[in-house]
Design a protein around this ligand. Sequence first.
Ligand SMILES: NC(=O)c1ccc[n+]([C@@H]2O[C@H](COP(=O)([O-])OP(=O)(O)OC[C@H]3O[C@@H](n4cnc5c(N)ncnc54)[C@H](OP(=O)(O)O)[C@@H]3O)[C@@H](O)[C@H]2O)c1
Length: 226
Amino acid sequence: MSTIAVIGAGSGLGLAIARTFGRRGFDVALIARTPEKLDILVDQLGQEGIKAAAFPADVMDRSSLTAALERAAARFGGIDVLEYSPAPHTPVSGLTMVTPSETTVDDLQPQVEYNLYGAVTAARAVLPAMREAGAGTLLFTTGGGSVNPIPMLGNVNAAAAALRNWVLNLHNELSGTGVYAAHVAISTWIGANAPEGFPSASPEQIAPIYWMLHEERSHPEHIFTG
Ligand SMILES: NC(=O)c1ccc[n+]([C@@H]2O[C@H](COP(=O)([O-])OP(=O)(O)OC[C@H]3O[C@@H](n4cnc5c(N)ncnc54)[C@H](OP(=O)(O)O)[C@@H]3O)[C@@H](O)[C@H]2O)c1
């Protein structure tokens, strides 16, 4: 049995990715901060015949993230696919949104911790076993602003672009090893209540892209535009 670890597992995209892989025979390790919310997702997936378990951790607390991934690997016998997509739908301490000209190091640093350092920490927790096996998939998600930035997200986009750059280069480095890394940029709002004039898509429309990337193992990036 293969296992996917979803980091930033919420009721939107995280759950849809868990379902997409779970329906194809994967066990699912769900990682986010709030145990109660994770337990609801575990129950939901269980009712659909998907074996899932919760491993609470905060991506800003790097040792908790590493420990959660180690527990998940021990529980399921390894991690075959890692997917990174936390989103601060409830407040994350220190995260702000400022324009490029307003950006200070204090505004930027937590975004870098959240986007880049969390992703690097997660990858380092699973990559040695993947390299040894000569197999594995690493998928990282950002908003479309990592590619086409918008002024109101100056600090957010800069940190997401740093993550994107690192993933594209990780993809290059891992070429030929059997381990595959890719970046997904989502240029739409996800779910209902999109701001006026903003394109939106459901999590169910977006999640199959992750399966496609995992199966095809060729593209370094997919930019989802709806
Ligand atoms: N929503 C959008 O409109 C939109 C648009 C473009 C791109 N994206 C991308 O899509 C992904 C998110 O998808 P979604 O919006 O549907 O979210 P989701 O999967 O419904 O939920 C994301 C989960 O991340 C968890 N999280 C937040 N901060 C965390 C932290 N510090 N450590 C660990 N987990 C944390 C939250 O749970 P806890 O609060 O329990 O930690 C939340 O439930 C992100 O990569 C985001 O950049 C979203």
